[in-house]
Design a protein around this ligand. Structure first.
Ligand SMILES: CC(C)(COP(=O)(O)OP(=O)(O)OC[C@H]1O[C@@H](n2cnc3c(N)ncnc32)[C@H](O)[C@@H]1OP(=O)(O)O)[C@@H](O)C(=O)NCCC(=O)NCCS
Length: 308
């Protein structure tokens, strides 16, 4: 092959070329256009819509990595739930830049930003080893269940319980019930979720004992959070959402692997599509177990994997 020298000195008689000069700079994620973040998550196959990113940005802080000509080369976020706990999420590096240390670098930055506190996250398979090497310990599995909703027969309502639509007058009780189940207050997150969700509450007497939210997310609708003290209540508060979305794409992220709730989801068309691993750093996060005895409310479905 004839040798041809290009402008800049590159020689065109080789079949390979070394292109390694990547310099990334960190920026505040709040300064980046949502379209760029959306393109980043599409690039790793995630279903988030620009509106889903908007809700994430309303509720979290974080960084992006930017290359020398302004292209987005990564993101990482943290969500503050009170003074001592945060979840981490939306950690992404584009496939062409993976396994070069950018993920770890962004994680270290957001953890430094967040300061001394406990951290929780839901790790994809791709990220699990990275987080383990940073000291995170495995706690539970989250089952991402989704599919075309196919309602089963209406489950009978638990004795003494009534189901009704959530109203603004319920919001304080709902937020308090969530805080009991989640282990930290999330009033600000509910400020974003409630206006865009359809909510149902299960009441006994005047007391709200279980609730569910359902909103547009990703490819269709998502049920979550769901909080209840037992699985009969948990099924009762999600059934109407499944009926409403019959024949449409519906998703729910739950830590239930077996039992009536998991069985009911599978029967209703939401089968396990993928799993992620709940991990923590600085102290145990998951504290349920009492819920089955009716002693404490627990989270049956996540708000999202990043919010948890
Ligand atoms: C998960 C993800 C964020 C990791 O980002 P990354 O930039 O590849 O992460 P890093 O390069 O810092 O580290 C990843 C691993 O590659 C290794 N690595 C880093 N540089 C490397 C190199 N030059 N050569 C080989 N391996 C390398 C790291 O040591 C680490 O290995 P470990 O699993 O043994 O700890 C990225 O794969 C991704 O965006 N995946 C899709 C979206 C996703 O799943 N996000 C996680 C959400 S929880």
């Amino acid at each position: 092959m004839a040798q041809e020298t290009c402008k800049g000195g590159a020689v065109a008689n080789h079949d390979t070329i070394q292109l390694e000069a990547f310099e990334l700079t960190l920026q505040d994620i709040a300064t980046v256009e949502i379209e760029k973040l959306h393109a980043l998550s599409i690039g790793v196959g995630w279903p988030h819509r620009p509106k889903d990113w908007q809700m994430l940005l309303e509720n979290g802080k974080g960084v992006v990595a930017v290359d020398a000509i302004g292209r987005l080369a990564g993101s990482a976020m943290w969500f503050e739930y009170g003074p001592s706990f945060s979840t981490l999420g939306m950690v992404i590096t584009p496939p062409r830049l993976q396994a070069r240390g950018a993920g770890r670098w962004m994680m270290l930055h957001i953890m430094q930003q967040a300061g001394k506190r406990r951290f929780g996250l839901n790790a994809t398979r791709a990220a699990k080893r990275l987080y383990q090497s940073m000291g995170f310990t495995i706690e539970k599995t989250v089952f991402q269940c989704q599919g075309e909703a196919t309602p089963v027969a209406t489950p009978s309502l638990p004795a003494g319980a009534q189901l009704r639509a959530m109203t603004p007058a319920d919001f304080n009780a709902v937020i308090a019930l969530d805080a009991q189940a989640f282990g930290a207050g999330r009033a600000a997150l509910y400020g974003s979720l409630l206006p865009v969700s359809k909510g149902l509450v299960l009441v006994r007497g005047q007391r709200i004992e279980a609730f569910s939210l359902c909103r547009r997310f990703g490819r269709g609708a998502l049920i979550g959070p769901v909080v209840a003290s037992n699985e009969t209540d948990a099924i009762a508060v999600i059934h109407p959402h499944i009926v409403e979305h019959a024949g449409k794409f519906l998703r729910i992220d739950t830590r239930e692997e077996t039992g009536a709730f998991a069985h009911y989801l599978a029967q209703s068309g939401m089968t396990v599509y993928d799993t992620v691993t709940t991990m923590s750093l600085g102290g145990t996060w998951m504290h349920d177990g009492e819920a089955e005895t009716g002693a404490a409310p627990k989270t049956w479905a996540l708000a999202s994997q990043a919010f948890s």
